[in-house]
Design a protein around this ligand. Structure first.
Ligand SMILES: Nc1ncnc2c1ncn2[C@@H]1O[C@H](COP(=O)(O)OP(=O)(O)OP(=O)(O)O)[C@@H](O)[C@H]1O
Length: 266
């Protein structure tokens, strides 16, 4: 499989502090890669380097054989769509308008959407079950409704790579599962951060684990999600079992057995 995204020894520094160190990670065409790790381990920071909100302090990001920092922003926006945790727009656009904004990197000036593009927006809203909200102002939406609108906007961008930072935030169980099962369908490559390890194991072809800014494990979920890793990296005592239908690893937690990660070496 050819690599769509390559993080080549990527490092990121914020205010002099090394937040991500020498991260090496690939996402192949149509592959779903989950970036997991405890709070503050550097997941969002790594993703910000990919969607160009942060300039790496070392290493490089390659997309489709081109070094990202050498690409015009407009070109990379045609290839990479991101659902971020950054501050949300305060302008009260309608849902329909926000979704249509996803086409911006493909349009010139004030060019109107073509019939195909309008259809694309319609389909994305239907997929994310927000069609009934099309005329509503986004500021009036619930957190989960808004999240689904932003995913629809990312989809209409028709990216080669989807970067999703905690896409299940605010979503109820139905919409979490609907979104993640959609990622399993043939489509763009996906780099996604998730806190729910069971959903991550079900949705992702590969998992990469960050701890204190460093990659500590990567591979198929069955290789990565071990009881030892959960103990050492996440500070939880848990049992890992196979899902009876799909065979993917699933984590069973024991609430009485949380340990601490504070003393773990960086
Ligand atoms: N702008 C900033 N200024 C100072 N520190 C920052 C800044 N952005 C991130 N950090 C720090 O970098 C570390 C990594 O943050 P990051 O958001 O990448 O972690 P994360 O793995 O996504 O965490 P979470 O699971 O909590 O979302 C944290 O300790 C955070 O406090």
């Amino acid at each position: 499989m050819s690599s769509l995204l390559v993080l080549d020894e990527l490092s990121a520094t914020i205010d002099g502090a090394a937040i991500v160190r020498d991260l090496a990670l690939d996402v192949a065409e149509r592959q779903v890669v989950g970036l997991i790790g405890p709070n503050g381990s550097g997941k969002t920071t790594a993703l910000r380097c990919v969607y160009r909100a942060l300039r790496p302090s070392g290493g490089a990001v390659w997309i489709d054989g081109q070094e990202l920092s050498r690409m015009p922003l407009r070109d990379s926006a045609r290839v990479i769509a991101a659902l971020t945790q950054e501050g949300r727009a305060d302008l009260d656009f309608t849902v329909e308008e926000v979704v249509a904004l996803g086409r911006a990197p493909h349009l010139r000036g004030n060019q109107a959407l073509s019939a195909r593009e309008r259809d694309l927006c319609h389909q994305a809203m239907a997929r994310m079950e927000v069609l009934h909200l099309a005329g509503r102002g986004v500021l009036s939406l619930s957190g989960g409704e808004r999240q689904r609108v932003l995913v629809a906007r990312a989809l209409v961008q028709e990216p080669r790579l989807l970067v999703l930072d905690e896409p299940t935030n605010h979503l109820d169980l139905h919409h979490q599962i609907r979104l993640l099962s959609m990622l399993r369908e043939p489509g763009p490559g996906v780099l996604v951060t998730l806190h729910d390890l069971n959903l991550a194991a079900s949705a992702c072809d590969r998992l990469a684990v960050l701890s204190h800014g460093t990659l500590v494990a990567s591979g198929p979920p069955a290789d990565v999600l071990t009881e030892q890793l959960l103990r050492e990296v996440f500070g939880v005592e848990a049992s890992v079992v196979r899902h009876p239908l799909t065979g993917v690893p699933q984590v069973l937690y024991d609430l009485g057995a949380a340990t601490t990660t504070e003393g773990n070496p960086a």
